[in-house]
Design a protein. Sequence first.
Length: 300
Amino acid sequence: MSQTNAQTAAPYPNRLESSPRLRSLKKALGRFFQNKLGVAGGLFLLILVILAIFAPWLAPYNPMKQDYMAILQGPSAKHWFGTDDLGRDVLSRIIYGARVSLKAGIISVAIALAIGVPIGLISGYFRGFWDEFIIMRITDAMLSFPSLVLALTLAAVFGAGLNNAMLAIGLVYTPHFIRLVRGQVLAQREREYVEAAIAAGISHWRIMLRHILPNAWAPIMVQATLSVAGAIISEASLSFLGLGTQPPTPSWGSMLSEGQGYITQAPWIAVFPGLFIFLAVMSINVFGDGVRDMLDPKLK
């Protein structure tokens, strides 16, 4: 009886191991881990996420507590990254600033995805007058402006503050996703499986959501990953100019702005936030390259 059970149970692990999806996932992960820079970028991003989530327990000091007996102290065993012009611990403010940067990057791109993907999907599938003369012309007009200039304009209209800055950045990145999704839909629209689905009487919305969108999701995810890096830079720029995160909330961009007046006297106030902006953006870019290699169908 036990032999019979063993014989009947034996094929199941083999079926799992021979599953096409499982094999495809293993190959994709193998390509990702071959990209050493991508893995390193992912590890640094994981560290930033841990810092952001557990900031209250990892930060050595209250990031907004002022200590007038420790003003402009250089890096030391007590304050690893030194203190600023109000005696606040720079390391603690950088740890809490990771929350702002990651939040701004993720939510801004989420806004762009929520607006850009449906518009690009509908525009590319149905085409016609609204696609050619309305949606794409507005998209081209927005793309003609430098991203930072457009973000500054929108942030000035909406008003200063992190929420308004995230909305402005999200709207700036929306045209990029509209154009990307539309191009993917136009390519998928001519495939045989779409024509077969239309001939079978499947509704247009079901074809878009259940057939076309999943096949276009890989480049969308790659673009979203890379756009997070640009969103972090945009948020830091807006905070540097006073249109993003407002004091006393710690933000890498506002810390750069505060440290520019002490660049010769206390360079650590601006150097360390700038270094973390550089590392965060670089890690996201190389991680995005790893994701692109992992999802690239030419490498399958």
